[in-house]
Ligand binder design. Sequence first.
Ligand code: HEM
Length: 142
Amino acid sequence: MLWVKSFHIVFVASWFAGLFYLPRIFVNLAMVPPESVAERERLLLMARKLMRFTSLLAVPALALGLWLWLGYGIGRGAGNGWMHAKLFVVLLALGYHHTCGVMLGQFSRGANRRGHVWYRWFNEAPVILLVAAVVLVVVKPF
Ligand code: HEM
């Protein structure tokens, strides 16, 4: 079980590294002047590769978590409100991941209408999600 938990944490950290860096690329894309086509294409290529990599890393992160929960039964049954709250946080993280994909599509089509300041605030959300998930699973407050 400890091997499963170890690699769960490794892949969760890797998945969130992608969720932290993708919006940072969006901040830069939102600041690129329209005439800088080469810079825009370079940032879009980086974002597409990172999006693919981040999606790949989410799969083992979630699968190993489900193995701990459903396989080893950790957090199952009554009195494990922390696990239900954590699963809600995981759903929010998946929603954030999906939204990054939608935004990348908008940038690729030249249809982005948001400024860099908006993306700087958007970039803070994964920090809050990570802190919430880690506190819930380590402290188990309820
Ligand atoms: C489907 C999604 C997930 C499920 C079902 C899940 C389930 C679990 C379970 C059952 C444990 C073992 C808890 C224990 O031994 O006390 C665990 C450990 C952990 N999970 Fe997840 N997890 C998921 C996603 C995540 C995400 C998204 C994060 C972070 C953002 C995360 C962070 C952690 C950490 C840090 C631990 C180690 C806690 C410890 O050793 O005390 N998990 N997870």
